[in-house]
Every structure is written in structure tokens, then in C-alpha cells.
Design a protein around this ligand. Sequence first.
Ligand SMILES: Nc1ncnc2c1ncn2[C@@H]1O[C@H](COP(=O)(O)OP(=O)(O)OP(=O)(O)O)[C@@H](O)[C@H]1O
Ligand SMILES: [Mg+2]
Length: 223
Amino acid sequence: MNFLSLKDVSKSYRQAGQTIQVLTNLNLDVKKAETIAILGQSGSGKSTLLSLLAGLDKPEKGQITINEKAIHNMDEGTLSKFRGKTMGIVFQHFHLMKHLTAWENVALPLRIADQDGAQESASEALKMVALDHRQEHYPYQLSGGEQQRVAIARAFVTKPALILADEPSGNLDQETGNQVMDMLFDMIKEQDMTLILVTHNPALAEQCHRKLSLKSGQLVEGL
Ligand SMILES: Nc1ncnc2c1ncn2[C@@H]1O[C@H](COP(=O)(O)OP(=O)(O)OP(=O)(O)O)[C@@H](O)[C@H]1O
Ligand SMILES: [Mg+2]
């Protein structure tokens, strides 16, 4: 039984009379606790694919199943609950709430999911990314790399079954990036999480069970 599957998924964008075909009959099957690296040129559709998996956008065609639930035709309310319970998402551009402190940003998913112990769990998650001393700071007071670490803490705080991460170390120097990614892989392994990791970094991709490349709207094995 697959934990996650995409079947014949297509997605295009229409803008100013132009159609950009991004994903074309894309298929993917992922087992529970598998880690998958997605590589591909800029503009090949990696972030688009993650936003479909997160249910933040809908495919025009095809089926997306996660943890035995079909999300391509789920209504918004159900989907948002499902997302909060099942997924942790690290976006390419962090998407932190700018009027919330680092701690409040990390605690937010717990509050939305009505999970107890928000206080402790959020502090713990920030400690994990070595930012426990910056809990009260707002995103604008943090560097890009620090904001990225807050975003990672926020993705992990609910201990979700699935982590979707878009270039999570893209804005970090090599040493910090390696530390953060080691942490991320340790947590994923410890908790049997499934990972879909978008990266341009072949060394990071090597740490995943499978490497796939997005080419001409489809996923192919290898780099
Ligand atoms: N909302 C949108 N409207 C129109 N076109 C879009 C939209 N979002 C993405 N695209 C286009 O879809 C294609 C795929 O974009 P996407 O962001 O998925 O690429 P990517 O592989 O993540 O690239 P990168 O490595 O640069 O982050 C690009 O050509 C992009 O311009
Ligand atoms: Mg992208």
C-alpha cells in the first residue's frame, strides 16, 4: 500500500492568453517512511508539484491520494484539517507570519490543530533548530537562514506523517545548511516520516532513498 500516490496528474497555468503546461500525466508512488528527492531545472514545476501535494492548488486532471485519502476532490474545510494533521510544509520562500514572533509562528499549527502542550512543543522545536534564544523575535529581525530554520521548526512541530520541503537549505551557508539538514533527516528517520524534498543539491539528494528528476512535466528516475 502506498502512502502517497499521484496518478496521471496534469497542471497548467493560464495567464495573459498564454498556457504554460507544467505537469503532464505525472505519476508517483511513495511508501510510508520513504524519502524522495525531486530535482529538476528552474521552472520545471517542482514547487507546483509540492503545492498540489499540499492541496494548496488543484490538478486539472488526475488523482492525488495521501494516507488513503483522495485530496484532489476534497472540499477546502476538510482539506485544511487534513493538511494540518498530516503534513508539515517548508516553503521555498518560508511564508512566516510577519506579525507573529518566531515562537508564535511555530506554535500556530498546534493551535490550529488544537493540540495540547503548544508552549513546550514550540519551544522544543525552536531549540532543535538552535533558535531557542530568538523566540520573541519577529521574522524581520531574523536573517534569511534563521527564518528558514523557524519554518522548519514549524513544519515539524505537529510531528506530521509527511514533510514537504522546497529547498529547505537553499538560503543557508554550507555549514548551517548541513547542520539543519542533518537534523531534518534525523527527525524524519526517528519518527518514520515520509519526505518529499525538492533540492538542487545532489549531495542532499543522495541522502534520500530515491532520486527523481522532473523533466517535461514528468518524473523520471535518477538525476
Ligand atoms: N501562478 C502562476 N501563474 C502562471 N505561471 C506560473 C504560476 N506558478 C508557476 N508558474 C510557471 O510554472 C512553471 C513551473 O514553476 P515552478 O515554480 O513550479 O518551478 P520550479 O521547478 O519550482 O522552479 P525553481 O527551481 O526556480 O523554484 C514556471 O514556468 C512558472 O513560471
Ligand atoms: Mg520552486
